[in-house]
Design a protein around this ligand. Structure first.
Ligand SMILES: [Zn+2]
Length: 66
């Protein structure tokens, strides 16, 4: 799955997104080609994102389990 708009942002309170039903664990390919496990939050109005930390990501592999 490729998405040119994909951004990685720091979560101010990661536990808040973990408990939210819009969040899912994912394997993210960073701009430098490394992979990191992180939370994929699909809530567009989520106020838990630190936008100033935003960096580009190449791709996203969502876990199968919802
Ligand atoms: Zn969130």
């Amino acid at each position: 799955m490729k998405d040119r708009q994909l951004k990685v942002v720091r979560l101010i309170e990661p536990e808040l997104c973990l408990e939210c039903r819009f969040a899912q664990m994912a394997d993210v390919e960073m701009a430098d080609g490394t992979h990191q496990r992180m939370i994929h939050c699909r809530r567009f109005d989520c106020d838990n994102w630190d936008y100033q930390s935003a960096t580009d990501a190449n791709g996203l592999d969502l876990d199968d389990a919802a």
